[in-house]
Design a protein around this ligand. Structure first.
Ligand SMILES: [Zn+2]
Length: 78
């Protein structure tokens, strides 16, 4: 059902991977077709939102690991 493509799953935009669009999807230039890597659901999402989610998810991971490094350094110094 094509309408299902307009409903997004709840796994989060950061889990989406780009898929090739079908011809009719070019009617929605701001939307890109994605497939969720968690549940496999295909869905249309605004390109900007998906990119932002992916970048911020990466930034969160980077922050978490650098915090761990900092804590390790502090613990080692004491
Ligand atoms: Zn999902």
């Amino acid at each position: 059902m094509l309408l299902n493509l307009f409903f997004r799953c709840s796994c989060g935009l950061a889990r989406l991977r780009r898929v090739e669009r079908l011809a009719w999807m070019r009617l929605f230039p701001a939307l890109r077709l994605y497939r969720c890597t968690v549940c496999g659901k295909k869905q249309l999402a605004p390109k900007q939102a998906a990119e932002t989610a992916r970048v911020s998810a990466r930034a969160t991971n980077a922050r978490a690991s650098s915090t761990a490094v900092r804590q390790g350094v502090v613990a080692g110094g004491m």
